[in-house]
Design a protein around this ligand. Structure first.
Ligand code: PAF
Length: 278
């Protein structure tokens, strides 16, 4: 695997690959890689693309400095995992390589920025779209792969790509789960054994809502889901929403594409999860 920390060297190498006819697949990550990330790399490989995995803990998308400080950064483990799945290229820049000091600019991505996750983490999606825009601009991937676990992130990035006519195809890959249903996340390593058990209420409740879904009963389902999660010890619910899968507005009995989304603090760790209902 080629390992680059500077954009110049990465771009020179990518230019050679492109000249030889390679298509480039980008898997943007913040490291602490798990099966979910590796499945994105495998998707790109199945499409015959040369895979660039970026590892960059993006300071601009953390609204809580403590969260940024505690974010796991096991780079040597990550490199091993990338080599095991035959990733072609790692791009692991320092902050100064992507941000030119006192940058101040804003991407207008509309109301999605302030809904659900955006309401609880002001500035988060501005940070996400800015860094993803930079990565798209520097790497110019043919395709970029994101996990469904950050469903709203995928919508926000899709909106940015559509609004700015960026020449990249986006692919959303299914959530990878532990055998007991917990959605894989880099943050799971912060869960204590007790938290780990309590966290299961999130996927259990999402599955219960999917199984019992009835378009005429959405407010009751939402209410029951909120109650089940709030009653779980050690779990502090942020939101549970049954939403339109394109707009994230609350779904009603005419909504065609429906997603249930949840965010909660389990012990000290904030987790998100979701399930596509229709
Ligand atoms: O999903 C993530 O890990 C991050 O939000 C992303 C897309 C790599 C941007 O920093």
């Amino acid at each position: 695997m080629k390992n680059f920390t500077t954009t110049n060297q990465l771009q020179q190498y990518l230019a050679q690959l492109r000249a030889g006819g390679a298509a480039i697949g980008l898997v943007p990550t913040m490291g602490a890689l798990h099966e979910g990330h590796l499945s994105l790399i495998q998707q790109a490989q199945q499409r015959g693309e040369t895979v660039v995995c970026s590892i960059f803990v993006n300071p601009k998308q953390f609204n809580d400095p403590k969260d940024l400080e505690l974010y796991p950064r096991p780079i040597l483990d990550d490199i091993k995992k990338l080599e095991q799945v035959n990733c072609d290229i790692l791009f692991n820049p320092a902050v100064g390589e992507l941000y030119a000091g006192n940058e101040s600019w804003h991407l207008n991505i509309g109301e999605l920025e302030g809904m659900l996750e955006g309401k609880f983490r002001p500035g988060h999606y501005q940070g996400v779209t800015q860094v993803v825009h930079k990565l798209f601009n520097l790497i110019k991937p043919d395709t970029a792969y994101f996990g469904q676990k950050d469903y709203q992130q995928f919508l926000v990035i899709s909106r940015m790509v559509a609004q700015m006519n960026l020449p990249v195809k986006l692919v959303m890959c299914p959530i990878q789960r532990e055998p007991d249903g917990l959605a894989m996340s880099s943050r799971n390593i912060h869960l204590t054994p007790d938290d780990r058990q309590h966290a299961l209420i999130l996927s259990k409740t999402l599955n219960w809502v999917k199984k019992n879904f009835n378009p005429n009963n959405i407010p009751q389902l939402k209410h029951d889901a909120e109650k089940a999660i709030s009653n779980e010890p050690g779990v502090e619910l942020a939101y549970f929403e049954i939403a339109n899968g394109d707009t994230l507005h609350p779904a009603d009995n005419n909504t065609q594409k429906i997603v249930a989304l949840v965010a909660a603090k389990v012990g000290k760790t904030r987790l998100i999860d979701n399930v596509l209902i229709s």
